[in-house]
Design a protein around this ligand. Structure first.
Ligand code: FAD
Length: 309
């Protein structure tokens, strides 16, 4: 299967986790994915660690994508982070609002209030930096023309089964339209377990005027704990049969079951012609590579070239 693919990593917090991320970065760089995204902790708690992983990806020649959230940070702090990432050479962002305070308190007035505001901030900062590039005019030796620099790419989140805060009127689709109008170039979905959830969502979004590519986010549930935790975080119902199989399985069998589940989902998604798939890897590169091999997106020899064991 010919398939565009990308990966998500999260920044490590201790030396053991660092080693896993380093191994994943090396393995993913060797596969030349569309991009590798790096998550961002609420309130900027992981920004230093996120930047270190982004830098490793840049050094390896991969296309990094920086997640960035705005809750818990003032507008000026968010702008400083955007500048830091741009200075480091990052030109792809996943602009997110982040989760509001758990106690139900309103979002602080000093923060940006939504992902679409963050998309606009990123675009504005980028265009204020070096807005023009010199372009040679063909046939005229000394003449050149100022051309608008290529803008950064700003992806946003989409929710096939509705954002938990969107209610029955699916205000999340309006939010996605607002993000597109603000300049978002791509959407990446929250995880889901049924391929028809993605197909239905894309149909609904297109009918409402969303034209940007909508890349399905696919999780690899390699343990019962991981499945339960990610379903909870995403506000998704637990797929009962898969959950029962994972709960009964020995750890090694559970990894195979999780890989097979992701392969089956991507195979079914292929019928709906997605623009790519984004794999939530939990910093485990081996199952992610097994999934891509399972759907025939990689030559079987890739194991040797990635050094994965
Ligand atoms: P928004 O689209 O701005 O808003 C979320 C919802 O609020 C909308 O769908 C809509 O229903 C409602 N809403 C927004 N604006 C309005 C309005 N004006 N009026 C009425 N309703 C409105 N979180 C992290 O902390 N770090 C990460 O790295 C991270 N990565 C993620 C990656 C992906 C692919 C996804 C899907 C989620 C990720 N999240 C992450 C979680 C995300 O921050 C939360 O889901 C957050 O609650 C919503 O963020 P958003 O960017 O979709 O927000």
């Amino acid at each position: 299967m010919s398939l565009r693919y990308s990966f998500e990593l999260f920044p490590p917090r201790d030396p053991a986790a660092s080693q896993r991320v380093d191994a994943a970065v090396d393995a993913f760089v060797a596969l030349a994915p569309e991009f590798v995204s790096v998550t961002f902790g609420a309130g900027g708690s992981t920004s230093r660690h996120s930047l270190a992983v982004l830098q490793r990806l840049l050094d390896g020649g991969a296309n990094p994508m920086a997640h960035l959230t705005c809750t818990g940070l003032g507008v000026a702090e968010t702008a400083t982070l955007v500048r830091q990432f741009l200075d480091a050479g990052v030109t792809r962002f996943l602009a997110l609002r982040g989760d509001p305070p758990r106690d139900g308190a309103p979002m602080p007035r000093t923060s940006l209030q939504s992902a679409s505001e963050l998309v606009q901030l990123i675009q504005r900062i980028e265009s204020e930096r070096v807005p023009y590039a010199e372009v040679r005019l063909p046939g005229l030796r000394a003449s050149s023309l100022s051309a608008r620099r290529a803008a950064t790419e700003v992806a946003v989140a989409a929710f096939p089964n509705g954002h938990p805060g969107a209610g029955v009127h699916r205000s999340d689709i309006d939010a996605l339209l607002a993000k597109q109008a603000a300049g978002a170039t791509m959407a990446i979905t929250q995880l889901f377990f049924d391929p028809y959830d993605y197909a239905r969502f894309v149909e609904l979004a297109r009918a409402r005027g969303v034209t940007i590519p909508i890349v399905p986010g696919v999780t690899i549930p390699t343990s019962h704990r991981r499945l339960v935790r990610s379903a909870e975080l995403a506000g998704e119902g637990l797929p009962r049969v898969l959950a029962e199989r994972l709960e009964r399985a020995e750890p090694e069998d559970a990894v195979r079951i999780g890989v097979d589940a992701a392969v089956a989902l991507i195979t079914a998604l292929a019928e709906h012609d997605p623009p790519g798939v984004h794999l939530y890897t939990f910093n485990d590169h081996r199952p992610a590579i097994d999934v891509l091999e399972g759907v025939g997106a990689l030559p079987l020899s890739s194991t040797a070239t990635t050094g994965a064991s």
